[in-house]
Design a protein. Sequence first.
Length: 523
Amino acid sequence: MELRPSRAPADSEGRAAAYSRRARLISEPENVVPACEIVAVEETEIDKKQCDSGKWQKMSKPHAFTVHYIKRARNHRWRCSEITFWCIDEQLCNQWIQALKELLDSQKSRPKRLLVYINPYGGKRQGKRIYEQKVAPLFNLASISADVVITEHANHAKDNLFEVNIYKYDGIVCVGGDGMFSEVMHGLIGRIQKDSGIDQNNPKTPLAQCSIRIGIIPAGSTDCICYATVGIIDPETSALHIIVGDCQPLDVSSIHHNNTFLKYSVSLLGYGFYGDILKDSEKKRWMGPMRYDFSGFKTFLSHQYYEGTVSFQPAKGTVGSPRDKESCRTGCHICRQTKQLEEQQKNYGLEHKEVEDEWKVIKGKFLAINAVNMSCACPRSPKGLSPAAHLADGSADLILVRKCSRFNFLRYLVRHTNQDDQFDFPFVDVYRVKRFQFTSKHLEDNESDIKDVGKKRFGQFCSDHPACCCNLANSTWNCDGETLDSSAVEVRVHCQLVKLFARGIEIYKDEAAYNLSSNELLS
Ligand SMILES: CCCCCCCCCCCCC/C=C/[C@@H](O)[C@H](COP(=O)(O)O)NC(=O)CCCCCCCCCCCCCCC
Ligand SMILES: Nc1ncnc2c1ncn2[C@@H]1O[C@H](COP(=O)(O)OP(=O)(O)O)[C@@H](O)[C@H]1O
Ligand SMILES: [Ca+2]
């Protein structure tokens, strides 16, 4: 259903006498606001000054209502705009308001009650201000009630999600970065599994899906989950996606070691380069988001490589490939088709077929092992670590960067920032996978010779050959911005385990045009 500002003149019979104060909007026939993009409708108080100006002078006692709606701006940014309709007939005006409010009420996907967690120390420490100044006024306008918790320590939000009655909320919102999102996601997934009697420690158990959506108001350092699911890091845009009740399913990887659950990941699970950056940067939180550039430079110079074995099951059921030129966008057909395939397999009882699927094993020396469930696009790298990765196709892209020269590694990194293909190097391999395992050489050596106690206590270098410099150091994992100390992991992707208040990155017919009305969007 659409609302069109009417061009009909003030009607002597009292019909269709709705006017826009902004003539420009009236004269543009393409300016159509779909009901699903209306933020709120409210009666407009008319002051005397307004009444005495312009053509409204002729109206004896005008009535008006204002429609707040979404207006698209440059680079996927959304803004809340407004248009006021004037009317001479009070009853007609009230009928419009009533009808529009009923229309909004009938949209069941819109949240009414939210639980909000704010990390006051994320990013540039602006979380509280961003929420109060940019988000809360929009939630108020849209009649959304929000219970707000300002976190006092790490894991506050996660622990709280095990205690509160989450089922009375239509969504959980986190104000912070990827680490804060990760915390809220762990709380929510963990709580749902607990309530469903599912043991997270068993890596083979299918997990219960979370129907309560998560919203992200970006206020962190990288914010790649927001960037890759909305297209921009902008609190107002994200708040509007929450208000209209968008829904974007997201794949989640579970990480286990020896039948013990360690963590979940949705963006980057990285060993080597990104693990080392994170570990070093944690000591420099005072620097804010700049810490990543500083530690990135330092880690680049250290040029540390790590030995180990990666084994993985290639994703056969998925439709795309990591070398595709097409990336995941709103209404992505690859995510849709893969989900359909998975459901068909379930119906035929083939979901445990993975047991027979072949494993590919790669031993080597790696500068970085990155598994990404999404492109990981962010302002530092607008196309991300794997530009063709999909948000909801039940697979992850596993990127193996083998030991190479510093210069070649720099060439690889630079390609994240330009149009060249970062996978087109002989030392870089990329695979689309459903499951993978990694064991560091250090652990393999220890396991193969557990009697040799000396080896268990080795330091940075091989104790057998002190002079040979064979590198046995361990890195840590960077799991969505949280460190994970485990030199062996077993990872599996759970298709569409959680849902976000987002819709993926929209495609514009003409990406250069930015003052778009919604009917210019490709579905
Ligand atoms: C020469 C320039 C090379 C630029 C290469 C940029 C690649 C950037 C890829 C970024 C992937 C980000 C994946 C997301 C991870 C986040 O989940 C996670 C947590 O986010 P949060 O803080 O919001 O909670 N963020 C991170 O782990 C931070 C990763 C930061 C990567 C910065 C990399 C900078 C590398 C600089 C190398 C410099 C070499 C210069 C040589 C002369
Ligand atoms: N009140 C708090 N004090 C300290 N740490 C917190 C607090 N609230 C959340 N955290 C933790 O801060 C970490 C980083 O938060 P995040 O919002 O992602 O910021 P950044 O993007 O700067 O890393 C998360 O791991 C989260 O658990
Ligand atoms: Ca995926």
